[in-house]
Structure formats: C-alpha cells, structure tokens
Design a protein around this ligand. Structure first.
Ligand SMILES: NC(=O)c1ccc[n+]([C@@H]2O[C@H](COP(=O)([O-])OP(=O)(O)OC[C@H]3O[C@@H](n4cnc5c(N)ncnc54)[C@H](O)[C@@H]3O)[C@@H](O)[C@H]2O)c1
Length: 281
C-alpha cells in the first residue's frame, strides 16, 4: 500500500456511491483514514467497510450546518484529526422543466424552485461543509471541491446546475485566497461525463423526452453523448477523479491552490469531433 497519505484523515461528502466512493477508495489506498458523510447513512457505512484503512460512515446532509459540524467533530474524535475535505455531494441532471420539455429551455421557464434546489445541493453543501471543517484543518491540509464541466460552458439543459458549479469554482478561489496564509490549499476538479447513477438518470430522462433516442438503452445514449462530445472519444471514470484527488491532497500538489482542474477528454475544447479515416477505425 502506498503511504503517501499515511496519518492523514479525509472527510468525503456524498461518498456512499459513485465518484465519491471511488475518491474514498483511492484516498484509503494512499493510506488515509476515511470518513464518509452521505444522506444514505447505510450506504456510507457499507462503503466504509470495503476500505483497507480505518473508516467510518455517517448519515449527514452536507447542506445542514448542525449535521456537518457534528460530523467534523466526530471525525476528529474517532480518527484523530481532519486534514482533507472533499466536497463531492451534489446532484446533476437536467433541471426539471428541461426534462419535461425538450431538454433545452429558456431561462424564463426554469422554475425558481429548481434554481434553489440546485444551488442548495451543489453550492450550499460545499459552503456549509467547508465552514464545519475549516476550524479543524491545519498547515498542509487540503480542501477539494468537485465541480463540473457544466461550470465552464453554457449549459442549456442544466442552467441552475451550471450556475451552482460555477459558484463552486468561485468559492474555491476565494477560500484558497483566504486560507493560503494558514498553509491550507483549496482546489476544484471539473469532471466531464462519468457513468454513475446520476448519468443513468439523465440518460433515462433524455430517452423519455427525445423520440430520436426511443430505441436506445440508457447506456447507449451515454455512449452516443461521448461519441459526439468528447474529442478523445472515451468516457471519464470515477477512478480518474480519485487519482486527481490523491495527487492534489498529497505533497505532490503542494504548490497548487485556487485551481479548477478539468478531466473531460477534451470536451471543453469546443467544437465537435470530426469524422475522419483515422478516428472512424
Ligand atoms: N457523473 C458525472 O458525469 C459528473 C460529472 C461532473 C460532476 N459530477 C459531480 O460529481 C459529484 C458526484 O456525482 P455522482 O455522479 O457520483 O452522483 P451520484 O448520484 O451517483 O452520487 C451522489 C451521492 O451524493 C449523495 N448526496 C446527494 N446530496 C447529498 C447531501 N446533501 N448530503 C450528503 N450526501 C448527498 C447521494 O446520496 C449519493 O450517494 C456531484 O457533485 C456531481 O455533480 C458528476
């Protein structure tokens, strides 16, 4: 086992499954003790049981200040310290009206409730969890926020989600600036297209609302999106994100702060993948 993060303790929100679970796995493989805070407390506990290092699973809403303060206190009491916070909890998917309609809606048709829900789940969570963790962090600690490529491009089907994730990047830069004097680094990761429960849900919504995809399975719709949107032609994986989190949390990232690092196979380069004799093989 790599000892890169030995004697470090990481708290990861929303890590019962998906990208968060892979982040927990990679941090544990690098030697860190792990705490998982998820709305799904049972899922958090079962994921914690699969890890090689000491790990606890907690039932907590990352947007709830009282719950996150007591989660952070418990992590320090049971695992000895708190050195790495990964703000991963969040929910993607087309905004409700977009899912009901054509997947492209004018902003005037986006409901205020949808707007609030996305900001609550994707931005308030990072703010509240950071507030709870920061008093426990010390020199060499790190906060890593999971944003999205939706923060970097106009997002016609997910305007509220895109705005919330853009807010996560802004929060990253502000916190990085405020905490640099204490030797604490703050960075964001912007993943592209990853086949998790979240994307399975998005693909089902596309299938139900777009007749062109009627005969496709959810996975086939996802593969079609990859073909059309990712220049490298490959899907991104939770493991890609796990590796980047370990790098940023370790000494290898000691001079990196306030950055938003993209893992998207080139999706944000713009333009569509052009068919050619080479890439059609
Ligand atoms: N899947 C993708 O393609 C993709 C792309 C870019 C960014 N992201 C981001 O990555 C993160 C993880 O996404 P995923 O695809 O693994 O999603 P997922 O739906 O598979 O898993 C999300 C987890 O977060 C938990 N959760 C949700 N709200 C919570 C809250 N308020 N408090 C605590 N836990 C909460 C859920 O219970 C679940 O375990 C999200 O922030 C998402 O926006 C995902």
């Amino acid at each position: 086992m790599s000892a890169e993060l030995q004697n470090r303790v990481a708290l990861i929100t929303g890590a019962a499954r998906g990208i968060g679970a892979a982040i927990a796995q990679h941090l544990s493989d690098a030697g860190a003790k792990i705490a998982i805070a998820d709305l799904d407390g049972d899922g958090a506990k079962s994921t914690a049981k699969t890890l090689k290092t000491p790990a606890i699973g907690l039932s907590a809403d990352a947007s709830d200040e009282t719950a996150m303060r007591s989660a952070a206190d418990r992590v320090v009491a049971e695992l000895g310290s708190l050195d790495i916070l990964v703000n991963n909890a969040g929910i993607g998917g087309p905004d409700t009206n977009a899912a009901k309609a054509s997947l492209e809606i004018p902003l005037t048709e986006l409901s205020v409730d949808d707007w609030d829900a996305h900001l609550h789940t994707n931005l308030r969570t990072a703010f509240v969890s950071s507030r709870a963790a920061i008093p426990h962090l010390s020199r060499g600690s790190s906060i890593i926020n999971i944003a999205s490529i939706a923060a970097l491009m106009p997002s016609v089907s997910m305007p509220a989600y895109g705005a919330a994730k853009a807010g996560v990047i802004h929060l990253t830069k502000t916190l990085a600036s405020q905490l640099a004097g204490r030797g604490i680094r703050v960075n964001a990761i912007c993943p592209g297209y990853l086949w998790t429960r979240a994307w399975e849900m998005i693909a089902s919504q596309i299938k139900n609302n777009n007749p062109a995809y009627k005969e496709y399975t959810a996975r086939e719709i996802f593969e079609d999106v990859i073909r059309n949107s990712v220049p490298l032609g490959t899907e991104q994986t939770p493991e890609d994100v796990g590796h980047m989190v370990v790098f940023l949390a370790s000494d290898k990232g000691k001079n990196i702060t306030g950055q938003a690092l993209t893992i998207d196979g080139g999706a944000t380069l713009g333009g569509r993948r052009v068919k050619s004799a080479d890439n059609d093989q």
